[in-house]
Design a protein around this ligand. Structure first.
Ligand code: SF4
Ligand code: SF4
Length: 90
């Protein structure tokens, strides 16, 4: 899984994250059944993504009929920024 790291190599966090726009979500739960890693559950009428199991594959976002789920990628940082992109574990 790709991570952001600072210049010293300290992990700042995952590069991508699944986000939900609650105003668009209709509670269909299509994303729950679409997730191949079984990491989404409905809590009330909204899906909750268990980030510890999420691989950011995007399957949930692709099936969402309301485009309520989306995978966010951090903005590219400037070259002179102390943070840099790196890949861990692959
Ligand atoms: S598929 Fe989309 S609209 Fe349906 S519960 Fe999931 S996020 Fe909400
Ligand atoms: S991005 Fe993939 S692994 Fe993560 S919640 Fe969506 S379908 Fe599941």
């Amino acid at each position: 899984m790709p991570f952001w790291a600072d210049a010293e190599g300290s992990i700042l966090g995952p590069m991508v994250k699944v986000l939900l726009n609650r105003e668009l979500c209709d509670g269909s739960a299509d994303c729950v059944t679409a997730c191949p890693y079984d990491c989404i559950e409905m809590v009330g009428r909204y899906p909750l993504v268990h980030e510890d199991r999420c691989t950011q594959c995007g399957a949930c976002a692709r099936v969402c009929p309301r485009e309520a789920l989306y995978v966010e990628r951090p903005k590219r940082r400037r070259r002179d920024s102390p943070a840099m992109e790196t890949t861990v574990g692959r």
